[in-house]
Design a protein around this ligand. Structure first.
Ligand code: BEZ
Length: 211
């Protein structure tokens, strides 16, 4: 059975391009994104890591740390980072785990042998400050991930952790949000003083409370 939402993110120690880390200790009070890429020196992975490098400052603003993993060696990672920096016009400023023994890959069920033999698929885990898994995604090797979407889910998770709201389809930071069904009509004015709209008794919108 793979990891499910609400499970504790398994802890581990690993060698990374930024030294040895203990995962939970490294996360501290931050949110975390742990993501696997299948192989070093491959085209889609190169664009993905370059894309993540560019959004690291925005993730830092959100108190999110990023950690990549692949089953290649530390020497390969270090050589490949030079290529990523050069071709993607960026600087990789987050650690990449060297996992040649597939310790982390197996712990997080990132190897799907019917899809890819002996390397990880494109897995993503978003982990909360409570070390619980808040999101899982699994993409095939042929489809590079949309990291704008992953950042968008971080925004939604952080908002809904603080307020009794949910975010509608295609929601973006700043859009109106849905008032959680657990909030009674009577509670709305005190909880959401910016106002609200009732479309149906179960579909009630309010401006994003933290904007
Ligand atoms: C890629 O990143 O381009 C890739 C990696 C492994 C298998 C297929 C594609």
């Amino acid at each position: 059975m793979g990891l499910r939402l609400g499970d504790e993110a398994p802890d581990f120690s690993a060698e990374t391009t930024e030294g040895k880390i203990n995962f939970h200790e490294w996360l501290g009070d931050s949110w975390g994104i742990l993501f696997s890429h299948p192989k070093d020196f491959t085209p889609v992975c190169t664009t993905e890591l370059g894309t993540v490098a560019k959004i690291v400052p925005e993730l830092k603003e959100r108190n999110v740390k990023v950690l990549a993993v692949s089953v290649d060696s530390l020497d390969d990672h270090i050589a490949w980072i030079k290529d990523i920096n050069e071709t993607q016009d960026t600087t990789v400023g987050f650690p990449i785990i060297a996992d040649p023994e597939k310790k982390v890959a197996n712990l997080y069920d990132m190897i799907h042998p019917n899809a890819l033999d002996n390397m990880t698929v494109r897995s993503v885990f978003i982990i909360g400050p409570d070390k619980k898994i808040k999101l899982t995604l699994t993409y095939p090797a042929s489809a590079g991930r949309n990291f704008d979407e992953i950042r968008r889910v971080v925004d939604s998770l952080q908002l809904t952790a603080e307020y009794s709201v949910a975010t509608p389809a295609n929601w973006k930071d700043g859009d109106d949000v849905i008032i959680a069904p657990a909030v009674s009509d009577e509670q709305i004015p005190s909880k959401f003083p910016k106002g609200h709209k009732v479309i149906k008794p179960y579909l009630r919108y309010t401006p994003q409370p933290n904007k």
